[in-house]
Design a protein around this ligand. Sequence first.
Ligand SMILES: Nc1ncnc2c1ncn2[C@@H]1O[C@H](COP(=O)(O)OP(=O)(O)OP(=O)(O)O)[C@@H](O)[C@H]1O
Length: 400
Amino acid sequence: MELEFEREAANTAKLDKLIAEETRWSREGISARRTRNQGRLRRLHALRQSRREIIARSGTAALVAADGRTSGKLVIEAEHVCKAFDDHVIADDFSTRILRGDRVGIIGPNGAGKSTLLKMLIGEIEPDAGVIRRGTNLDMLVIDQKRDSLDPNLTLWETLTGGSSDQVMVRGTPKHVVAYLKDFLFSPAQARSPVHALSGGEKNRLMLARALTKPSNLMVLDEPTNDLDMETLDLLQDVLADYEGTILLVSHDRDFLDRLVTSTLMFEGEGRIEDYAGGYSDMMRQRAQSRSQKHQVPQKTDSRKSESEKPEPAKTRADSANRLSFNQKHRLKTLPNEISALLDAISKLEKLLADPQAYSRDPAKYALAGKTCDQYRKDLASKEEEWLHLEMLREEIEGP
Ligand SMILES: Nc1ncnc2c1ncn2[C@@H]1O[C@H](COP(=O)(O)OP(=O)(O)OP(=O)(O)O)[C@@H](O)[C@H]1O
């Protein structure tokens, strides 16, 4: 009894700490959250450097591929890949090489083709042209909360074990189901309760717990941050940070990307997908550098050219950034407040949903809170994505 009480108290303290952190996050604003990663970025430096060397070694594909396949080092290689849906070009002559242990972030505006690229890389859809090769011995785990589903009438225990045992095989090693559930922040009492009593966020957490039991050496995640509450996001971040396999991750969450990935595939527009070393912040820095290099040389040359010799202005994202509209500027100003307000609201709802008594006190209110919280998380994801898109355009003009 005493122990149970202590456990409850520890859980509450953890929750309070999380909420305090989130509140601080809201107060600090998004920019502060972005710059929080400097120390970790320094640690990623070595990885980035080796990644850069790999990117620079184009032309040795056949060698590496042959080597990689037998040794299992090469995970995925794309060469001159093209893909379009009618006149919407997703990829135009895209090549990359993903090696064992790489953590690749895929980022780009809404509808640019991130999911399509991911599906091509894992072999779910074929490119129109070009070749995608996958290495040998790949055990792929696709984390897809939208495709996964839970039986609402089973208990959490049954969901993980199939009902026949109290052990769950976690990546090949047996673990007691209650201990495993605890790793995913479920109390021992919840282990025997039915799935339908869980909030939307908790259901997603359970799906994640179930998915992560499977052994794999390639983990594929498409916008995992959309459906997860803050606690689960932290958990997932820890799991991915310790993961020794290869990761492909589509995300609009720059913080999440900055903390995890070793390289970034960025949709630059018109089917151009660039491969950058490092996370989101590194990508922005490299883009800014390569832009300023591009701008320095042509300016001198151009001044000596006649009007007719001048090249056609390239339709780059930077050009469109120069035309950031009044509305876009306004959205950039207002979005951080809207995001903060949503974070506050989500934190409050999560606090209510985590209260063990809340469900029995008022099941209808509890269910409504769960639904509202899910909706807020979706709104948050879409506002963060909108902000990210606009902020990228702004940074292209003003620099990071
Ligand atoms: N099978 C298909 N047939 C035709 N068009 C498609 C098909 N699949 C995707 N598209 C279109 O291709 C574009 C890219 O879709 P995709 O889902 O890959 O983008 P995304 O970057 O992942 O978008 P989001 O961020 O909104 O998830 C979209 O305009 C989509 O409507």
